[in-house]
Design a protein around this ligand. Structure first.
Ligand SMILES: [Zn+2]
Length: 89
């Protein structure tokens, strides 16, 4: 389902970014210098959701009691409460 997220900090109509920890990331190196490299495609494996945040300003999404939301069910409830879920129809 599509959603709208109106960020309480930057007041924007923003996208939600999922932030993972404990994730293994593998990247293809496309070119290299002595002190850095450029990357192409990457893949990730594993990972645990740490929090969801505003893509624009980094605001961490909290529930009504101020706790960090870190699973889809609670995020869905949050969006449902603010009436920002949109049916495709
Ligand atoms: Zn924001």
């Amino acid at each position: 389902m599509d959603y709208k997220f109106f960020c309480p900090r930057c007041s924007g109509d923003c996208s939600i970014e999922e932030v993972l920890v404990d994730v293994v990331m593998a990247s293809v190196i496309t070119s290299i210098e002595r002190d850095c490299a450029d990357y192409g495609d990457y893949s990730t494996d594993g990972g645990v959701i740490d929090h969801f945040q505003c893509l624009n300003c980094g605001f961490t999404i909290l529930d009504e009691e101020g706790r960090v939301i870190s699973d889809y069910e609670l995020l869905y409830d949050y969006l449902e409460e603010f009436h920002t879920l949109e049916d495709d129809e």
